[in-house]
Design a protein around this ligand. Structure first.
Ligand code: HPA
Length: 261
């Protein structure tokens, strides 16, 4: 890819242009060679921020910080519809979601990377469809497999290519937030079959499906779920911050390898 051409002219719409939605700890891609930023308006309101166009290992990518570039938008107030719509109009070929999660399973220690393959949605009161009457007929999308298999594979290959390990598969429990869970809620999620818990995976994934955008997630375990850590003190936010910083540097390296797999 001739990156310099893209700096001079408008970005060429490559069918390989991926979008990356960065979560907590990844409000910027420091290894992204930024070409331009674009403020997008959508019929659903404003996305979390401007789309940041750039290139990562010579491939064009679009980056969007899910919680805004200053990390000011809580999970339940993210305008998921505007974000996904904006990426669709940017003509991306797929979306990689990076999101930190809590661990429900003892063997998923903080610092573990997971590429989930299933979702259970416990969120409520979020705008979770583009098809809600008016001009748009009701539509029921198939969501049996919420994540795109080939994008998942690429994530796993890129992870292996940089000498990292990611757990292949897992059930992501999407909770409402912004508070963390009670210990009983984590126990319930475990009984339901969930492995990790986060606050942003839904409706993001289903909105991407509605617009036929392949979507996969790279989850970074930053803490044991409520009641699961050794500490009686509950969840320690300073610890989360430390894990988050280190893990997101590893994630940046993985994302940089995505274009080669
Ligand atoms: N619960 C919900 N979301 C999270 C957690 C958690 O423990 N850690 C990171 N995101």
């Amino acid at each position: 890819a001739a990156v310099h051409d893209k700096i001079r002219g408008p970005i060429q719409r490559s069918d390989r242009m991926l979008a990356i939605i960065g979560g907590s700890g990844l409000t910027q891609l420091s290894n992204l060679a930024i070409v331009r930023r674009e403020v997008v308006r959508t019929p659903y309101g404003e996305p979390s921020g401007a789309l940041t166009y750039g290139s990562l290992c010579e491939e064009p990518v679009v980056f969007l910080a899910r919680h805004g570039y200053g990390h000011t938008i809580p999970p339940h107030l993210v305008n998921y519809r505007a974000n996904i719509w904006a990426l669709k109009q940017a003509d991306v070929s797929g979306i990689i979601s990076v999101a930190s999660v809590g661990s429900i399973r003892a063997d998923l220690a903080p610092g573990t990377l997971v590429v989930p393959d299933q979702i259970i949605d416990y969120t409520w009161d979020r705008k979770s469809t583009f098809f809600e009457g008016g001009e748009t007929p009701v539509k029921h999308v198939d969501f049996t497999h919420p994540y795109d298999p080939s994008l998942r594979q690429r994530l796993l290959l890129a992870t292996a290519a940089v000498g990292e390990l990611a757990v292949d598969g897992g059930v992501y429990a999407a909770t409402q937030g912004p508070r963390l869970e009670t210990a009983a809620e984590i126990n319930r999620f475990e009984r339901d079959g969930a492995d990790v818990v986060g606050m942003t995976g839904m409706p993001e994934a289903v909105l991407a499906r509605e617009l036929e955008l392949p979507y996969a997630a790279l989850n970074v375990v930053v803490n044991y779920g409520a009641g699961r850590a050794d500490s009686a003190a509950g969840i320690i936010f300073d610890d989360i911050e430390t894990v988050l910083q280190t893990a997101m540097s590893r994630v940046r390296v993985i994302l940089e390898r995505l274009c080669q797999v």
